[in-house]
Design a protein around this ligand. Structure first.
Ligand code: 13P
Length: 251
């Protein structure tokens, strides 16, 4: 293990209901009993409907909770169907994912993401900011430019850098079973790290990788440098797979 691998964030996306709470038992037990697991950070990001039950269920454990999105509006108000950072924080949630490509695909711009980050930080939530390129952008060798543009715009005028985690999620990798070649991934992560330090004035950037992480490919992924952890979708909904992924990074 590269010691750096500390974060294991479960993004449950639009899955799960009250009965799914039961599946957390195994993970709670694992974190309590396994020495190495005590030193890592596990964060569950369920859909809004399950946020409070998750917070309640996990309150006596070391496992944290996060939302998958928040409104850019800080104040209470009329936007029907929206949930703001203040509401999320009021549940004792600590994290929020912002700028996921599945939201960007529905029209969320870097400017909106920037406002959401401001609102989340104002409400003392830690932000997991997602960035990533499409397959066609990658084929045109535009990855670096796309990522730098996203970071530049999303982090414009943001002061509190130590509350932001960046998750690199190549869009073509999400849910596809495909992951970047280790060399390519390492190069991209290195670019992101340098950009965050030199241009965005991060002191100690925390960078995650997301996209088809599973118990098989984790053996390859765990060897990649410049990584602090993983943002895991599909595989995180199955406790056995999730634990397996985490355990395999320990050896
Ligand atoms: P998968 O792990 O299902 O590819 O999802 C990745 C993701 O989008 C996490 O935010």
């Amino acid at each position: 293990m590269t010691n750096k691998l500390k974060y294991f964030v479960a993004n449950w996306k639009m899955y799960g209901h009250l009965k799914s709470l039961k599946s957390l038992d195994k993970v709670v037990k694992f974190q309590k009993k396994n020495k190495k697991a005590k030193k890592i950070k596990i964060v569950y990001c369920p859909p809004f409907t399950l946020l409070y039950p998750f917070v309640q269920k996990l309150k006596n454990s070391n496992i944290k909770t996060g939302a998958q999105n928040c409104s850019f509006e800080s104040k209470y108000g009329p936007p029907t169907g929206s949930i703001n950072a203040k509401m999320i924080k009021s549940l004792k949630c600590e994290y929020v994912i912002i700028g996921h490509s599945e939201k960007r695909a529905k029209g969320e711009s870097d400017q909106i993401i920037n406002k959401k980050i401001q609102s989340a930080l104002k409400n003392k939530l830690k932000v997991i900011l997602c960035i990533g390129e499409t397959l066609s952008q990658r084929k045109k060798r535009k990855t670096k430019k796309i990522l730098f543009n996203q970071l530049n715009r999303c982090l414009k005028k943001i002061e509190n850098k130590n509350k932001i985690i960046v998750a690199y999620e190549p869009i073509w990798s999400i849910g596809s079973g495909l992951i970047p070649k280790s060399k390519d991934l390492e190069k991209t992560l290195n670019h992101i790290e340098i950009f965050l330090i030199n241009k965005m004035r991060f002191k100690n950037p925390i960078i995650l990788y997301g996209g088809s992480v599973n118990p098989k490919n984790i053996m390859l992924l765990k060897k990649v440098s410049y990584l602090d952890g993983f943002l895991i979708g599909g595989a995180s909904q199955n406790s056995n797979k999730f634990i397996d992924i985490i355990k395999k990074t320990f050896n």
